[in-house]
Design a protein around this ligand. Structure first.
Ligand code: ARG
Length: 575
Protein backbone atom coordinates (compact mmCIF):
# COMPACT_ATOMS: atom_id res chain seq x y z
CA UNK A 1 0.00 0.00 0.00
CA UNK A 2 1.13 3.56 -0.64
CA UNK A 3 2.69 5.17 2.43
CA UNK A 4 0.33 8.10 2.56
CA UNK A 5 -2.69 5.85 2.14
CA UNK A 6 -1.42 3.54 4.89
CA UNK A 7 -0.89 6.43 7.31
CA UNK A 8 -4.27 7.90 6.43
CA UNK A 9 -5.93 4.59 7.12
CA UNK A 10 -4.26 4.17 10.53
CA UNK A 11 -4.99 7.74 11.58
CA UNK A 12 -8.60 7.51 10.45
CA UNK A 13 -9.03 4.41 12.60
CA UNK A 14 -7.47 6.18 15.59
CA UNK A 15 -9.72 9.20 15.12
CA UNK A 16 -12.81 7.00 15.06
CA UNK A 17 -11.70 5.20 18.23
CA UNK A 18 -11.13 8.60 19.84
CA UNK A 19 -14.76 9.45 19.09
CA UNK A 20 -14.04 12.00 16.39
CA UNK A 21 -16.87 12.33 13.82
CA UNK A 22 -16.75 10.37 10.55
CA UNK A 23 -16.36 13.37 8.28
CA UNK A 24 -13.15 14.61 9.92
CA UNK A 25 -10.14 13.51 7.95
CA UNK A 26 -6.60 13.11 9.33
CA UNK A 27 -5.12 15.25 6.53
CA UNK A 28 -1.88 13.33 6.17
CA UNK A 29 0.73 15.22 4.15
CA UNK A 30 4.43 15.18 3.49
CA UNK A 31 6.38 17.28 5.95
CA UNK A 32 7.94 20.44 4.63
CA UNK A 33 11.12 19.98 6.66
CA UNK A 34 12.90 16.91 8.07
CA UNK A 35 12.68 18.30 11.61
CA UNK A 36 8.89 18.06 11.36
CA UNK A 37 9.16 14.37 10.61
CA UNK A 38 8.61 12.57 7.33
CA UNK A 39 4.85 13.04 7.23
CA UNK A 40 2.41 15.06 9.27
CA UNK A 41 -1.19 14.46 10.29
CA UNK A 42 -2.85 17.87 10.37
CA UNK A 43 -6.47 16.88 10.99
CA UNK A 44 -6.62 17.68 14.72
CA UNK A 45 -7.19 21.37 14.11
CA UNK A 46 -10.23 20.86 11.88
CA UNK A 47 -11.68 18.20 14.16
CA UNK A 48 -11.16 20.31 17.29
CA UNK A 49 -12.99 23.18 15.70
CA UNK A 50 -15.95 20.92 14.94
CA UNK A 51 -15.92 19.44 18.43
CA UNK A 52 -15.17 22.75 20.17
CA UNK A 53 -12.18 21.41 22.04
CA UNK A 54 -8.43 21.98 22.10
CA UNK A 55 -6.54 20.65 19.08
CA UNK A 56 -3.50 19.65 21.12
CA UNK A 57 -5.69 17.64 23.52
CA UNK A 58 -7.35 16.02 20.55
CA UNK A 59 -3.98 15.21 18.99
CA UNK A 60 -2.94 13.59 22.29
CA UNK A 61 -6.18 11.63 22.26
CA UNK A 62 -5.47 10.41 18.71
CA UNK A 63 -1.98 9.31 19.73
CA UNK A 64 -3.56 7.29 22.57
CA UNK A 65 -5.39 5.24 19.97
CA UNK A 66 -2.97 5.13 17.06
CA UNK A 67 -1.34 1.89 16.02
CA UNK A 68 1.83 2.53 14.04
CA UNK A 69 3.82 -0.28 15.60
CA UNK A 70 6.72 -1.11 13.29
CA UNK A 71 5.92 1.81 10.99
CA UNK A 72 6.81 4.95 12.92
CA UNK A 73 9.69 5.30 15.38
CA UNK A 74 8.56 8.60 16.84
CA UNK A 75 5.33 10.61 16.92
CA UNK A 76 5.21 14.08 18.38
CA UNK A 77 2.69 16.86 18.76
CA UNK A 78 3.90 20.19 17.47
CA UNK A 79 2.62 23.77 17.27
CA UNK A 80 -1.16 24.16 17.55
CA UNK A 81 -1.74 20.38 17.16
CA UNK A 82 0.19 18.95 14.21
CA UNK A 83 1.29 15.37 14.61
CA UNK A 84 4.80 14.80 13.23
CA UNK A 85 5.47 11.29 12.06
CA UNK A 86 9.02 9.98 11.98
CA UNK A 87 9.00 6.70 10.07
CA UNK A 88 11.06 3.83 11.33
CA UNK A 89 14.24 3.06 9.40
CA UNK A 90 13.74 -0.74 9.38
CA UNK A 91 10.21 -0.20 8.06
CA UNK A 92 11.52 1.91 5.16
CA UNK A 93 14.32 -0.55 4.48
CA UNK A 94 11.98 -3.51 4.40
CA UNK A 95 9.51 -1.84 2.09
CA UNK A 96 12.28 -0.79 -0.24
CA UNK A 97 13.57 -4.29 -0.51
CA UNK A 98 10.26 -5.34 -1.95
CA UNK A 99 9.69 -2.27 -4.15
CA UNK A 100 7.59 -3.17 -7.17
CA UNK A 101 4.61 -1.65 -8.96
CA UNK A 102 1.26 -2.42 -7.48
CA UNK A 103 -0.94 -4.93 -9.23
CA UNK A 104 -4.06 -3.21 -10.48
CA UNK A 105 -7.27 -4.83 -9.20
CA UNK A 106 -9.29 -6.02 -12.23
CA UNK A 107 -12.19 -3.74 -11.30
CA UNK A 108 -9.84 -0.75 -11.24
CA UNK A 109 -8.57 -1.29 -14.74
CA UNK A 110 -9.91 1.29 -17.17
CA UNK A 111 -9.91 1.72 -20.90
CA UNK A 112 -8.50 5.18 -21.42
CA UNK A 113 -8.73 6.87 -24.81
CA UNK A 114 -6.10 9.58 -25.23
CA UNK A 115 -6.51 12.14 -27.98
CA UNK A 116 -3.15 13.79 -28.52
CA UNK A 117 -0.86 15.35 -31.10
CA UNK A 118 -3.68 15.48 -33.71
CA UNK A 119 -2.01 17.94 -36.11
CA UNK A 120 -3.69 19.40 -39.15
CA UNK A 121 -2.17 17.72 -42.16
CA UNK A 122 -2.50 20.73 -44.45
CA UNK A 123 0.75 22.09 -43.06
CA UNK A 124 3.95 20.73 -41.70
CA UNK A 125 4.08 20.01 -37.95
CA UNK A 126 5.30 23.10 -36.12
CA UNK A 127 6.22 23.91 -32.53
CA UNK A 128 2.56 24.43 -31.67
CA UNK A 129 2.12 20.65 -31.91
CA UNK A 130 4.91 19.85 -29.52
CA UNK A 131 3.08 20.23 -26.25
CA UNK A 132 0.08 18.05 -27.05
CA UNK A 133 2.36 15.40 -28.52
CA UNK A 134 4.71 15.01 -25.60
CA UNK A 135 2.33 15.65 -22.71
CA UNK A 136 -0.22 13.25 -24.17
CA UNK A 137 2.44 10.65 -24.79
CA UNK A 138 3.66 10.86 -21.22
CA UNK A 139 0.15 10.25 -19.92
CA UNK A 140 -0.23 7.29 -22.25
CA UNK A 141 2.94 5.82 -20.78
CA UNK A 142 1.91 6.52 -17.19
CA UNK A 143 -1.51 4.93 -17.57
CA UNK A 144 -0.10 1.92 -19.38
CA UNK A 145 2.52 1.49 -16.67
CA UNK A 146 -0.27 1.41 -14.13
CA UNK A 147 -1.95 -1.40 -16.03
CA UNK A 148 -4.76 0.45 -17.77
CA UNK A 149 -5.74 -0.24 -21.36
CA UNK A 150 -4.64 2.80 -23.32
CA UNK A 151 -6.04 3.60 -26.75
CA UNK A 152 -4.06 6.33 -28.46
CA UNK A 153 -6.07 8.42 -30.91
CA UNK A 154 -4.38 10.77 -33.31
CA UNK A 155 -7.34 12.85 -34.47
CA UNK A 156 -5.49 14.33 -37.43
CA UNK A 157 -7.10 17.17 -39.35
CA UNK A 158 -7.18 15.81 -42.88
CA UNK A 159 -10.46 17.27 -44.08
CA UNK A 160 -11.90 20.70 -44.67
CA UNK A 161 -11.76 23.58 -47.10
CA UNK A 162 -7.98 23.94 -47.23
CA UNK A 163 -7.66 20.62 -48.99
CA UNK A 164 -9.43 21.93 -52.10
CA UNK A 165 -6.68 24.48 -52.50
CA UNK A 166 -3.94 21.97 -51.79
CA UNK A 167 -5.10 19.37 -54.28
CA UNK A 168 -5.60 22.01 -56.98
CA UNK A 169 -1.98 23.00 -56.39
CA UNK A 170 -0.80 19.41 -56.43
CA UNK A 171 -2.64 18.76 -59.68
CA UNK A 172 -0.73 21.64 -61.22
CA UNK A 173 2.64 20.29 -60.12
CA UNK A 174 1.85 16.78 -61.31
CA UNK A 175 0.68 18.23 -64.62
CA UNK A 176 4.16 19.63 -65.05
CA UNK A 177 5.56 16.14 -64.64
CA UNK A 178 6.73 16.52 -61.06
CA UNK A 179 6.60 13.61 -58.58
CA UNK A 180 4.24 14.07 -55.62
CA UNK A 181 6.98 13.28 -53.08
CA UNK A 182 9.19 15.96 -54.55
CA UNK A 183 6.48 18.59 -54.86
CA UNK A 184 5.54 17.96 -51.23
CA UNK A 185 9.08 17.78 -49.96
CA UNK A 186 8.58 21.04 -48.11
CA UNK A 187 4.96 21.07 -47.00
CA UNK A 188 5.21 24.51 -45.53
CA UNK A 189 6.40 26.00 -48.79
CA UNK A 190 3.80 24.04 -50.71
CA UNK A 191 1.06 25.43 -48.49
CA UNK A 192 2.31 28.98 -48.98
CA UNK A 193 2.46 28.57 -52.75
CA UNK A 194 -1.06 27.26 -52.96
CA UNK A 195 -2.35 29.98 -50.65
CA UNK A 196 -0.71 32.57 -52.89
CA UNK A 197 -2.37 31.08 -55.96
CA UNK A 198 -5.66 30.97 -54.14
CA UNK A 199 -5.45 34.63 -53.12
CA UNK A 200 -4.13 35.96 -56.41
CA UNK A 201 -5.65 33.83 -59.13
CA UNK A 202 -9.48 33.79 -59.29
CA UNK A 203 -9.54 30.78 -61.64
CA UNK A 204 -7.40 28.82 -59.23
CA UNK A 205 -9.60 29.88 -56.34
CA UNK A 206 -12.73 28.74 -58.14
CA UNK A 207 -11.16 25.43 -58.94
CA UNK A 208 -10.08 25.01 -55.32
CA UNK A 209 -13.66 25.60 -54.13
CA UNK A 210 -15.00 23.20 -56.68
CA UNK A 211 -12.49 20.58 -55.58
CA UNK A 212 -13.56 20.78 -51.95
CA UNK A 213 -17.11 19.94 -52.92
CA UNK A 214 -15.96 17.20 -55.29
CA UNK A 215 -13.63 15.75 -52.69
CA UNK A 216 -16.39 15.61 -50.11
CA UNK A 217 -18.82 13.99 -52.51
CA UNK A 218 -16.31 11.25 -53.31
CA UNK A 219 -15.02 12.29 -56.76
CA UNK A 220 -12.32 9.77 -57.76
CA UNK A 221 -9.83 12.24 -59.24
CA UNK A 222 -9.94 14.54 -56.22
CA UNK A 223 -9.76 11.64 -53.82
CA UNK A 224 -6.66 10.35 -55.55
CA UNK A 225 -4.86 13.67 -55.30
CA UNK A 226 -5.97 14.03 -51.70
CA UNK A 227 -4.60 10.56 -50.87
CA UNK A 228 -1.24 11.45 -52.34
CA UNK A 229 -1.10 14.59 -50.27
CA UNK A 230 -2.19 12.90 -47.04
CA UNK A 231 0.27 10.08 -47.49
CA UNK A 232 3.24 12.43 -47.63
CA UNK A 233 2.01 14.56 -44.76
CA UNK A 234 1.35 11.54 -42.53
CA UNK A 235 4.79 10.11 -43.28
CA UNK A 236 6.26 13.40 -42.19
CA UNK A 237 4.43 13.28 -38.84
CA UNK A 238 5.40 9.67 -38.24
CA UNK A 239 9.01 10.61 -38.80
CA UNK A 240 8.73 13.36 -36.19
CA UNK A 241 7.18 10.96 -33.68
CA UNK A 242 10.01 8.55 -34.13
CA UNK A 243 12.63 11.23 -33.68
CA UNK A 244 10.81 12.48 -30.60
CA UNK A 245 10.61 8.98 -29.11
CA UNK A 246 6.83 9.31 -29.00
CA UNK A 247 4.75 6.14 -29.18
CA UNK A 248 2.31 7.27 -31.88
CA UNK A 249 2.14 4.87 -34.80
CA UNK A 250 0.21 4.72 -38.03
CA UNK A 251 -2.31 2.44 -36.33
CA UNK A 252 -3.23 5.22 -33.90
CA UNK A 253 -4.29 7.61 -36.63
CA UNK A 254 -8.02 8.06 -36.64
CA UNK A 255 -8.34 11.25 -38.65
CA UNK A 256 -11.32 13.54 -39.06
CA UNK A 257 -12.14 12.00 -42.44
CA UNK A 258 -12.76 8.65 -40.72
CA UNK A 259 -16.00 10.14 -39.44
CA UNK A 260 -17.38 11.33 -42.80
CA UNK A 261 -20.08 8.74 -43.01
CA UNK A 262 -21.22 9.40 -39.45
CA UNK A 263 -21.66 13.17 -39.70
CA UNK A 264 -25.08 13.24 -41.35
CA UNK A 265 -26.32 10.72 -38.79
CA UNK A 266 -25.08 12.85 -35.91
CA UNK A 267 -26.78 15.97 -37.24
CA UNK A 268 -30.04 14.11 -37.97
CA UNK A 269 -30.02 12.61 -34.53
CA UNK A 270 -29.36 15.94 -32.83
CA UNK A 271 -32.18 17.48 -34.87
CA UNK A 272 -34.61 14.68 -34.07
CA UNK A 273 -33.85 15.07 -30.39
CA UNK A 274 -34.45 18.81 -30.69
CA UNK A 275 -30.89 19.51 -29.59
CA UNK A 276 -29.84 21.01 -32.92
CA UNK A 277 -32.20 23.55 -34.48
CA UNK A 278 -32.48 25.38 -37.81
CA UNK A 279 -30.89 28.79 -37.87
CA UNK A 280 -30.67 30.65 -41.19
CA UNK A 281 -30.49 27.35 -43.05
CA UNK A 282 -27.73 26.01 -40.81
CA UNK A 283 -28.02 23.52 -37.94
CA UNK A 284 -26.96 24.89 -34.60
CA UNK A 285 -26.88 23.62 -31.01
CA UNK A 286 -27.60 26.40 -28.53
CA UNK A 287 -26.21 25.80 -25.08
CA UNK A 288 -27.76 27.78 -22.21
CA UNK A 289 -25.19 26.08 -19.91
CA UNK A 290 -22.53 28.23 -21.50
CA UNK A 291 -24.54 31.44 -21.84
CA UNK A 292 -22.70 34.75 -21.95
CA UNK A 293 -23.26 37.43 -19.31
CA UNK A 294 -26.35 38.72 -21.12
CA UNK A 295 -27.90 35.28 -20.98
CA UNK A 296 -27.44 34.44 -24.68
CA UNK A 297 -26.85 30.71 -25.09
CA UNK A 298 -23.56 29.66 -26.63
CA UNK A 299 -23.98 28.53 -30.27
CA UNK A 300 -22.22 25.52 -31.76
CA UNK A 301 -22.57 25.08 -35.51
CA UNK A 302 -22.90 21.45 -36.62
CA UNK A 303 -23.95 21.92 -40.25
CA UNK A 304 -23.40 24.92 -42.53
CA UNK A 305 -26.21 26.37 -44.56
CA UNK A 306 -24.34 25.23 -47.69
CA UNK A 307 -24.34 21.66 -46.36
CA UNK A 308 -20.79 21.27 -45.03
CA UNK A 309 -20.03 19.80 -41.62
CA UNK A 310 -17.71 21.22 -39.00
CA UNK A 311 -14.93 20.49 -36.55
CA UNK A 312 -17.54 20.09 -33.79
CA UNK A 313 -19.53 17.59 -35.84
CA UNK A 314 -16.47 15.34 -36.24
CA UNK A 315 -15.75 15.62 -32.55
CA UNK A 316 -19.27 14.48 -31.68
CA UNK A 317 -18.95 11.55 -34.07
CA UNK A 318 -15.54 10.76 -32.55
CA UNK A 319 -17.08 10.71 -29.07
CA UNK A 320 -19.63 8.11 -30.14
CA UNK A 321 -16.91 6.02 -31.72
CA UNK A 322 -14.76 6.21 -28.62
CA UNK A 323 -17.59 5.07 -26.38
CA UNK A 324 -19.24 2.51 -28.65
CA UNK A 325 -16.30 1.02 -30.51
CA UNK A 326 -13.33 1.67 -28.26
CA UNK A 327 -15.30 1.10 -25.04
CA UNK A 328 -13.74 4.04 -23.27
CA UNK A 329 -14.19 4.53 -19.55
CA UNK A 330 -12.21 7.74 -19.61
CA UNK A 331 -11.40 10.05 -22.54
CA UNK A 332 -8.52 12.49 -22.28
CA UNK A 333 -7.95 15.37 -24.69
CA UNK A 334 -4.62 17.14 -24.77
CA UNK A 335 -5.44 20.29 -26.68
CA UNK A 336 -4.40 23.91 -26.48
CA UNK A 337 -6.26 26.05 -23.93
CA UNK A 338 -7.70 28.13 -26.77
CA UNK A 339 -10.02 25.25 -27.64
CA UNK A 340 -11.58 25.10 -24.17
CA UNK A 341 -14.93 26.47 -25.24
CA UNK A 342 -15.11 24.05 -28.16
CA UNK A 343 -14.41 21.11 -25.84
CA UNK A 344 -17.03 22.25 -23.32
CA UNK A 345 -19.61 22.55 -26.09
CA UNK A 346 -18.80 19.09 -27.40
CA UNK A 347 -18.84 17.49 -23.95
CA UNK A 348 -22.15 19.05 -22.90
CA UNK A 349 -23.80 18.18 -26.21
CA UNK A 350 -22.43 14.63 -26.07
CA UNK A 351 -24.02 14.11 -22.66
CA UNK A 352 -27.31 15.72 -23.61
CA UNK A 353 -27.62 13.60 -26.72
CA UNK A 354 -26.99 10.48 -24.66
CA UNK A 355 -23.79 9.57 -26.49
CA UNK A 356 -21.81 9.49 -23.28
CA UNK A 357 -23.02 7.33 -20.41
CA UNK A 358 -22.60 8.78 -16.91
CA UNK A 359 -19.78 6.39 -16.01
CA UNK A 360 -17.56 7.69 -18.81
CA UNK A 361 -15.37 10.64 -17.93
CA UNK A 362 -14.38 13.23 -20.52
CA UNK A 363 -11.48 15.48 -19.60
CA UNK A 364 -9.92 18.31 -21.54
CA UNK A 365 -6.40 18.91 -20.27
CA UNK A 366 -5.37 22.23 -21.73
CA UNK A 367 -1.92 23.74 -21.84
CA UNK A 368 -0.36 27.13 -22.34
CA UNK A 369 1.76 28.46 -25.18
CA UNK A 370 5.44 27.98 -25.87
CA UNK A 371 7.05 31.41 -25.91
CA UNK A 372 10.27 32.76 -27.38
CA UNK A 373 12.87 34.52 -25.28
CA UNK A 374 11.10 37.80 -26.01
CA UNK A 375 8.05 36.48 -24.14
CA UNK A 376 5.91 36.24 -27.30
CA UNK A 377 4.78 33.08 -29.08
CA UNK A 378 7.85 31.23 -30.39
CA UNK A 379 8.66 32.25 -33.98
CA UNK A 380 11.58 32.23 -36.39
CA UNK A 381 13.68 35.37 -36.61
CA UNK A 382 11.66 36.51 -39.60
CA UNK A 383 8.41 35.92 -37.72
CA UNK A 384 7.42 32.61 -39.35
CA UNK A 385 6.31 29.44 -37.58
CA UNK A 386 9.14 27.18 -36.47
CA UNK A 387 9.01 23.75 -38.05
CA UNK A 388 9.21 20.99 -35.50
CA UNK A 389 11.64 19.08 -37.70
CA UNK A 390 14.09 21.99 -37.71
CA UNK A 391 13.78 22.48 -33.99
CA UNK A 392 14.66 18.85 -33.31
CA UNK A 393 17.66 18.95 -35.62
CA UNK A 394 18.94 22.00 -33.81
CA UNK A 395 18.41 20.38 -30.39
CA UNK A 396 20.52 17.39 -31.35
CA UNK A 397 23.24 19.57 -32.90
CA UNK A 398 23.49 21.72 -29.80
CA UNK A 399 23.62 18.66 -27.56
CA UNK A 400 26.33 17.16 -29.74
CA UNK A 401 28.51 20.23 -29.27
CA UNK A 402 28.09 19.95 -25.50
CA UNK A 403 28.89 16.25 -25.43
CA UNK A 404 32.05 16.80 -27.45
CA UNK A 405 33.15 19.56 -25.06
CA UNK A 406 32.60 17.39 -22.01
CA UNK A 407 34.04 14.02 -22.91
CA UNK A 408 36.44 13.07 -25.63
CA UNK A 409 36.81 9.41 -24.80
CA UNK A 410 33.65 8.50 -26.64
CA UNK A 411 33.39 6.81 -30.00
CA UNK A 412 31.72 8.69 -32.83
CA UNK A 413 28.74 6.38 -32.57
CA UNK A 414 28.40 7.00 -28.83
CA UNK A 415 28.54 10.76 -29.35
CA UNK A 416 25.68 10.59 -31.84
CA UNK A 417 23.59 8.38 -29.60
CA UNK A 418 24.15 10.53 -26.52
CA UNK A 419 23.55 13.78 -28.43
CA UNK A 420 20.27 12.43 -29.67
CA UNK A 421 19.06 11.36 -26.23
CA UNK A 422 20.25 14.55 -24.54
CA UNK A 423 18.96 16.95 -27.20
CA UNK A 424 15.52 15.40 -27.53
CA UNK A 425 15.33 14.76 -23.79
CA UNK A 426 16.12 18.40 -23.05
CA UNK A 427 13.37 19.73 -25.32
CA UNK A 428 10.80 17.34 -23.90
CA UNK A 429 11.76 17.84 -20.28
CA UNK A 430 11.76 21.64 -20.54
CA UNK A 431 8.14 21.38 -21.61
CA UNK A 432 7.01 18.61 -19.27
CA UNK A 433 8.60 20.11 -16.16
CA UNK A 434 6.53 23.30 -16.32
CA UNK A 435 3.01 23.33 -14.87
CA UNK A 436 1.03 22.31 -17.96
CA UNK A 437 -1.45 25.15 -17.88
CA UNK A 438 1.24 27.86 -17.83
CA UNK A 439 2.96 29.39 -20.84
CA UNK A 440 6.69 28.77 -20.85
CA UNK A 441 9.74 30.35 -22.38
CA UNK A 442 11.73 28.20 -24.73
CA UNK A 443 15.39 28.72 -23.88
CA UNK A 444 18.13 26.49 -25.31
CA UNK A 445 20.74 27.32 -22.69
CA UNK A 446 18.67 26.53 -19.64
CA UNK A 447 17.13 23.35 -21.05
CA UNK A 448 20.57 21.99 -22.00
CA UNK A 449 22.20 22.90 -18.71
CA UNK A 450 23.74 20.08 -16.69
CA UNK A 451 22.64 21.81 -13.51
CA UNK A 452 19.14 22.40 -12.20
CA UNK A 453 15.86 20.77 -13.07
CA UNK A 454 16.75 19.61 -16.59
CA UNK A 455 16.92 16.36 -18.53
CA UNK A 456 20.72 16.48 -18.87
CA UNK A 457 21.05 16.79 -15.08
CA UNK A 458 18.90 13.69 -14.54
CA UNK A 459 20.59 11.76 -17.31
CA UNK A 460 23.92 12.73 -15.81
CA UNK A 461 22.84 11.54 -12.34
CA UNK A 462 21.97 8.21 -13.93
CA UNK A 463 25.40 7.91 -15.56
CA UNK A 464 27.03 8.68 -12.20
CA UNK A 465 25.34 5.65 -10.70
CA UNK A 466 26.27 3.53 -13.69
CA UNK A 467 29.88 4.49 -13.20
CA UNK A 468 29.79 3.41 -9.55
CA UNK A 469 28.77 -0.03 -10.72
CA UNK A 470 31.40 -0.10 -13.44
CA UNK A 471 34.04 0.71 -10.82
CA UNK A 472 32.69 -1.91 -8.44
CA UNK A 473 32.60 -4.45 -11.26
CA UNK A 474 29.01 -5.28 -10.34
CA UNK A 475 25.69 -5.44 -12.12
CA UNK A 476 23.00 -3.19 -10.59
CA UNK A 477 20.33 -5.69 -11.56
CA UNK A 478 21.72 -8.51 -9.44
CA UNK A 479 22.57 -6.79 -6.15
CA UNK A 480 20.55 -8.65 -3.56
CA UNK A 481 21.56 -7.02 -0.30
CA UNK A 482 19.54 -6.25 2.79
CA UNK A 483 19.16 -2.51 3.05
CA UNK A 484 20.35 -1.09 6.32
CA UNK A 485 19.57 2.55 6.88
CA UNK A 486 22.14 4.26 9.07
CA UNK A 487 22.65 7.86 8.05
CA UNK A 488 20.04 10.55 7.56
CA UNK A 489 20.93 10.77 3.84
CA UNK A 490 20.15 7.09 3.47
CA UNK A 491 16.84 7.59 5.15
CA UNK A 492 15.99 10.55 2.95
CA UNK A 493 16.85 8.55 -0.14
CA UNK A 494 14.82 5.54 0.98
CA UNK A 495 11.80 7.70 1.70
CA UNK A 496 12.02 9.34 -1.74
CA UNK A 497 12.31 6.01 -3.47
CA UNK A 498 9.24 4.65 -1.72
CA UNK A 499 7.19 7.65 -2.84
CA UNK A 500 7.63 7.00 -6.56
CA UNK A 501 4.39 5.08 -7.00
CA UNK A 502 2.47 7.71 -5.06
CA UNK A 503 3.67 10.35 -7.51
CA UNK A 504 2.68 8.22 -10.48
CA UNK A 505 -0.82 7.79 -9.02
CA UNK A 506 -1.11 11.54 -8.78
CA UNK A 507 -0.02 12.15 -12.38
CA UNK A 508 -2.47 9.51 -13.61
CA UNK A 509 -5.30 11.38 -11.91
CA UNK A 510 -4.61 15.03 -12.66
CA UNK A 511 -2.45 14.64 -15.79
CA UNK A 512 0.22 17.09 -14.65
CA UNK A 513 3.53 15.44 -15.57
CA UNK A 514 5.57 18.23 -13.97
CA UNK A 515 4.88 16.56 -10.61
CA UNK A 516 6.89 13.58 -11.82
CA UNK A 517 9.67 15.89 -13.07
CA UNK A 518 9.88 17.63 -9.71
CA UNK A 519 10.01 14.27 -8.00
CA UNK A 520 12.83 12.99 -10.23
CA UNK A 521 14.79 16.17 -9.71
CA UNK A 522 14.43 15.80 -5.95
CA UNK A 523 15.36 12.14 -6.15
CA UNK A 524 18.53 12.96 -8.10
CA UNK A 525 19.42 15.69 -5.61
CA UNK A 526 18.81 13.43 -2.60
CA UNK A 527 20.92 10.78 -4.31
CA UNK A 528 23.78 13.24 -4.87
CA UNK A 529 23.72 14.12 -1.14
CA UNK A 530 23.72 10.43 -0.23
CA UNK A 531 26.64 9.85 -2.56
CA UNK A 532 28.56 12.66 -0.96
CA UNK A 533 28.02 11.63 2.66
CA UNK A 534 27.78 7.85 2.47
CA UNK A 535 30.93 6.35 1.00
CA UNK A 536 30.36 3.20 -0.99
CA UNK A 537 33.55 1.89 -2.54
CA UNK A 538 36.06 3.27 -0.03
CA UNK A 539 38.31 0.62 1.55
CA UNK A 540 37.12 0.87 5.15
CA UNK A 541 33.39 0.52 4.39
CA UNK A 542 32.11 -2.79 5.85
CA UNK A 543 30.87 -5.19 3.20
CA UNK A 544 27.26 -5.24 4.43
CA UNK A 545 27.14 -1.44 4.37
CA UNK A 546 28.71 -1.34 0.94
CA UNK A 547 26.15 -3.78 -0.42
CA UNK A 548 23.28 -1.93 1.20
CA UNK A 549 24.48 1.31 -0.38
CA UNK A 550 24.96 -0.34 -3.72
CA UNK A 551 21.40 -1.61 -3.46
CA UNK A 552 20.15 1.91 -2.68
CA UNK A 553 22.11 3.17 -5.68
CA UNK A 554 20.70 0.49 -7.95
CA UNK A 555 17.16 1.33 -6.85
CA UNK A 556 17.85 5.01 -7.47
CA UNK A 557 19.10 4.31 -10.98
CA UNK A 558 16.14 2.07 -11.75
CA UNK A 559 13.68 4.66 -10.44
CA UNK A 560 15.31 7.47 -12.42
CA UNK A 561 15.27 5.41 -15.59
CA UNK A 562 11.67 4.33 -15.04
CA UNK A 563 10.53 7.86 -14.29
CA UNK A 564 12.28 9.30 -17.32
CA UNK A 565 10.87 6.54 -19.48
CA UNK A 566 7.38 7.59 -18.38
CA UNK A 567 8.26 11.03 -19.71
CA UNK A 568 9.52 9.48 -22.94
CA UNK A 569 13.15 10.35 -22.17
CA UNK A 570 16.01 7.90 -22.57
CA UNK A 571 19.05 7.35 -20.36
CA UNK A 572 22.56 6.15 -21.23
CA UNK A 573 25.39 4.49 -19.34
CA UNK A 574 27.85 7.32 -19.87
CA UNK A 575 27.98 10.80 -21.26
N1 ARG B 1 -6.38 19.27 -35.38
C1 ARG B 1 -6.68 20.15 -34.29
C2 ARG B 1 -5.74 21.35 -34.30
O1 ARG B 1 -4.64 21.26 -34.84
C3 ARG B 1 -6.56 19.47 -32.95
C4 ARG B 1 -7.47 18.30 -32.78
C5 ARG B 1 -7.62 17.92 -31.35
N2 ARG B 1 -8.52 16.82 -31.12
C6 ARG B 1 -9.84 16.88 -31.21
N3 ARG B 1 -10.52 15.78 -31.01
N4 ARG B 1 -10.49 17.99 -31.45
O2 ARG B 1 -6.08 22.36 -33.74
Amino acid sequence: MRLKALLTQRFTAAMRSAGIPEDCSPMVALSGKPKFGDYQANGSMGAAKRMKTSPRDLAAEILEHIDLEGIAEKLEIAGPGFINIHLSKPFLAENLNQAKPRELEPEDQQTVVIDYSSPNLAKEMHVGHLRSTIIGDSLARVLEYQGHIVKRQNHMGDWGTQFGMLIAELEMHLGEGEQAELALDDLELFYQQSKKHFDEDPDFANKAREYVVKLQSGDAHCRKLWHKFIKVSVAHSLDIYQRLNVGLLEAHIQPESAYNDALETVVDDLSNQGIAVDSDGAKVVFLPELADKNGNPSPMLVKKSGGGFLYATSDLAALRYRVNELHADRILYFIDARQSLHMKQVFITGRKAGYIPKRVRMEHHPFGTMMGEDGRPFKTRSGGTVKLADLLVEAVQRAERLVREKNNNLSEEQVKDIANKVGIGAVKYADLSITRTNDYIFDWDSMLSFEGNTAPYLQYAYTRISSIFRKAGKNPGTISAEIDIIKSQEKALALKLIQFEEVIDQVAIDCYPHTLCTYLYELASVFMAFYEFCPILKKDVPEATQNSRLKLSALSAATLAQGLDLLGIEVMEQM
